[in-house]
Design a protein around this ligand. Sequence first.
Ligand code: AMP
Ligand code: MG
Length: 472
Amino acid sequence: MIAFDNSYARLPARFYTRQAPVPVAAPERIVVNETLARELGIDPAELSADLLTGNRVPEGAEPLAQVYSGHQFGNWAGQLGDGRAILLGEVVGARGRRDIVLKGAGRTPYSRGGDGRAWLGPVLREYVVSEAMAALGIPTTRALGAALTGEEVIRERPFPGAVLARVAASHIRVGTFQHFAAAGDREALAILTDYTLARHYPEAEGPLGLLGAAMRAQADLVARWLGVGFIHGVMNTDNMALSGETIDYGPCAFMDAFTPGQVYSSIDHMGRYAYNAQPTIAHWNLARLAEALLPLINSDEQEAIAAAQDVLAGFGEMFERAHLAVFRAKLGLARREPGDKALIEGLLGRMASSRADFTLTFRALATTGDAGEHIRDAGAWESWVPDWRARLQREQGDSGAPARRMRAANPAFIPRNHQVEAVIEAALEGDFAPFHRLGTVLARPFDDQPEARDLSLPPKPGEEVRQTFCGT
Ligand code: AMP
Ligand code: MG
């Protein structure tokens, strides 16, 4: 028995369409996340192939597809919605209320031209990357399990179909607010605002309180992304969660060589969602949230705009503070000093011009204190390191503290693109062992795991993945 308590299904009918998953031919379990299941109070044995694919709808579930709208690549796309995801319902686990969604569970009224399905590649990709993010301590949706459907999905060619069972603090998006704002539905906006405040930010109040809380969560989230070299790839307003979790893993990627303007997504021609553009885009998306909330902020539009702008104006400083906190920890610094920003920028600039591997460089700071083999431009490392060493001298506490801080802030393992691709290639040949191995190693990203050294290495010249594709 899964103890569902479906608060979203109790919201007005215009928030969703009730829709059961579309059954599949031959479900087969790939993986179940037993630890997460138990955290949610679910017996892992309950998560059968039939349940994971939607062939058996568990008692207490009230399956539905959520409606939302959004801006895609900066353009208003109008109504969107769960086109290939079904919310089974909610459970209240050890960390609070969580949605359980089946991604790839069949067509819904919001599928437009799509088939409502997912293929094995993106399902494994989201499984590996979202679980790695969780292990890195970064807010994210989780993967509860994955199963094959026994059906083919046609993309560039036929692929094995699969379903991902996803867990999230909620699936409320900036686009959910935009949806009701665009419809001029002030009543729904007010209901959604109260619901989101109660579910995620009970200490905040009113639309401006929600905006401020969402802003803080996004500033913190994007700072953490930058701290591990993560590029989301499709930060459309429908892919930004009010909970502050990373959501909708599509053409996302972790960088190998540090390149501030790095883009991997095949559809991001303008570099809108490049690594270093992410803070600006988060701010832009929050401005769209603020716009949607205007009717609730003040009946006088000019006053509402002024009040919203007041809140939004704090983003830059909020982000900078979060970014500094992340990178201070990566340099082993606990105290704050005015020169820290320049010290961090000095390192990042040298890493960029040397095309240093992002992860290995920071891990080297933590383990040996010498990243000279990664920052290879002549004199670059030598011209930076004295300032860092002098700065470390000014840290208080025992002399081992900075190294411990750095080990906990600089992972040895990230889900590198070429390894995720290799896992998918093997799985397409029926071999899931590399998928399981990668997952096991990435569950402890801050531990040295000498037996998994191969998984800590950047791609060799022929192995580089230069482009990633949407998860469709
Ligand atoms: P994304 O940016 O990947 O989150 O997807 C954008 C929109 O396309 C969302 O509304 C999805 O529900 C929808 N979508 C993506 N893939 C499919 C599919 N295979 N079938 C139906 N809808 C889809
Ligand atoms: Mg999406």
